[in-house]
Design a protein around this ligand. Structure first.
Ligand code: SF4
Length: 62
């Protein structure tokens, strides 16, 4: 099983909370992006999604 990680950049407020997971970084526009968009292990991506204040990180099983 793999997981697809997506950030809704329209909704992201650039708070940076998700960057405590090393799979996320803020881009030049101050929006979060997943470095690896397909991962085998969900790991800290789940915490990042759970902790996002605007709930804009989506994780889908693929
Ligand atoms: S935690 Fe959510 S709102 Fe904050 S930077 Fe990450 S994706 Fe954007």
């Amino acid at each position: 099983m793999s997981f697809k990680i997506e950030v809704d950049k329209e909704a992201c407020i650039g708070c940076g909370a998700c960057t405590s997971c090393d799979n996320f970084e803020l881009n030049d526009e101050g929006k979060a992006a997943a470095k690896e968009k397909e991962v085998k292990e969900i790991g800290c991506n789940q915490e990042a999604a759970d902790n996002c204040p605007v709930n804009c990180i989506k994780i889908e099983e693929i």
